[in-house]
Design a protein around this ligand. Structure first.
Ligand SMILES: Cc1cc2nc3c(=O)[nH]c(=O)nc-3n(C[C@H](O)[C@H](O)[C@H](O)COP(=O)(O)OP(=O)(O)OC[C@H]3O[C@@H](n4cnc5c(N)ncnc54)[C@H](O)[C@@H]3O)c2cc1C
Length: 411
């Protein structure tokens, strides 16, 4: 508050830089590739919890310019399997205290996330799902059609709807967080603890010898490292290929869009797994609309018209009155999807190389817990118990965590 008042007097012209931009050193204890939320959070917790500060976070573009700055900002923990629910609920709890911890307003808004049911079978499934969540201590509650109509009068809850709404379930603590602020908040805090954040620093190769990672080649020179972590989302396979490591990940565009701003008409987020769309309203008043990932693997960070049309048509089935809104902006990110749509976190067969990937369409909500658990794993070279089920080895043992239904569209 005092800072705000002080800088207001000088018309906000003298704010200091939020993070340092040093020249790369020749050696770091830990090099993290990718300055998205996961890379930055991992660096922050390594410094904060484990006292390791000789760290570089290397970013080929600008900090937070990947999926972290392109997502629809949904945070929730209503996953299907207990392992996922525990991990994502820990993340939500960390988010609940993060503005204070980082001294950075992340604009967490917990307006609730409502998942809509369109048949008797959906309702049965949702009963089981929300009961399972309650057993894990997560705040899930079944809603009738009437309760949903009261919460959201603009939703077409009539029997004539293309997919009539039978009810649904809500996670009250679900909501949204300002995405850029998450990246900036972690970056500022990590930099203050001594972490070097190097933007415009692209990793072009990774050196290994005798099964151990040694150094990274970048467009700003070779940087030696004792430990290297990959946190590059849609480019995970590109980086792993540099070491001959095959990852079970496909990179696909995922797009979203916003309308012109309108007065407040929506409280919280509404998701329909059947029509494959989710809708919320931003603080600026824009109606924010998202759908599923493109079925076509690509690195084209643009999205495309056919999928936009599909998502808009799906949304109009739920909110017919939105047909009169003008679309203002559309964008896409490249998401890294694993076969069971669960993340891949932990150690790799290469000594000193760690991975935080496979975040697919839903890794924003996982940034605090992902960062915290990866930091522990890197510091101790021992996998944190919360992320043990999410190791690469599950694709050999077959212990998959198929979150297709819970992570599919409800990003
Ligand atoms: C449209 C859309 C909507 C989404 N909605 C949600 C949502 O509502 N809720 C949710 O939880 N998740 C959502 N997600 C998913 C979420 O955004 C991601 O899972 C999450 O941001 C991944 O974070 P990250 O730090 O791993 O990756 P990123 O933020 O993508 O960071 C990776 C960084 O690595 C850098 N990089 C890549 N290659 C190199 C290299 N060779 N050298 C150096 N740097 C490199 C990239 O430039 C990038 O900045 C959405 C994604 C998209 C695209």
């Amino acid at each position: 508050m005092l800072s705000l008042a002080k800088h207001a007097l000088s018309r906000h012209k003298n704010w200091p830089q939020q993070w340092r931009s040093p020249e790369p050193k020749s050696h770091y204890d830990v090099v993290i590739i990718g300055a998205g939320g996961h890379g930055l959070a991992t660096a922050y917790y390594l410094a904060k919890h484990h006292g390791i500060t000789n760290i570089a976070v290397l970013e080929k573009g600008w900090l937070g310019g990947g999926n972290t700055g392109r997502n629809t900002t949904v945070v929730r923990s209503n996953y299907f399997y207990p392992q996922s629910t525990r991990f994502f609920d820990h993340s939500l709890k960390l988010y609940e205290g993060l503005s204070r911890e980082l001294n950075y307003n992340l604009m967490l808004s917990q307006g609730g996330v409502t998942t809509l049911a369109h048949s008797r079978h959906d309702m049965e499934m949702f009963e089981r799902w929300s009961n399972g969540l309650q057993l894990e201590g997560v705040d899930a509650e079944m809603l009738t059609t009437e309760q949903i109509a009261l919460r959201c009068p603009l939703l077409d809850t009539s029997a004539q709807a293309r997919y009539p709404i039978w009810g649904g379930f809500i996670q009250h603590r679900g909501g949204v967080v300002r995405h850029d602020a998450v990246a900036w908040g972690y970056a500022r805090a990590a930099s203050a603890l001594g972490v070097d954040i190097l933007q415009n620093c692209e990793v072009t190769d990774i050196q290994q010898s005798a099964g151990r990672v040694q150094a990274v080649n970048t467009n700003r020179g070779v940087i030696r490292a004792d430990k290297v972590a990959l946190a590059v989302a849609g480019h995970s396979t590109v980086l792993a290929d540099m070491l001959g490591l095959a990852l079970p990940i496909t990179s696909q565009p995922l797009q979203a869009m916003v309308s012109e701003p309108v007065k407040p008409v929506l409280n919280g987020m509404y998701i329909s797994p059947i029509v494959h769309a989710y809708v919320s309203q931003s603080d600026r008043g824009e109606i924010l609309l998202g759908g599923g990932a493109d079925r076509y693997a690509s690195y084209g960070q643009r999205g495309n018209l056919p999928l936009m049309e599909e998502t808009i048509a799906a949304m109009l089935g739920l909110f017919p009155s939105f047909s009169r809104l003008k679309l203002m902006r559309q964008w896409a990110g490249i998401v890294d999807i694993s076969p069971d749509t669960s993340p891949i976190m932990g150690k790799t067969p290469i000594s000193g190389l760690y991975i935080s990937g496979g975040w697919g369409t839903g890794g924003f909500k996982a940034i605090p817990a992902g960062g915290e658990c990866m930091a522990y794993t890197i510091a101790h070279d021992r996998v944190h118990e919360l992320i043990e089920p999410f190791g690469l080895e599950r694709f050999v043992t077959g212990a998959l965590i198929d979150e297709g239904a819970a992570s599919g569209v409800a990003h």
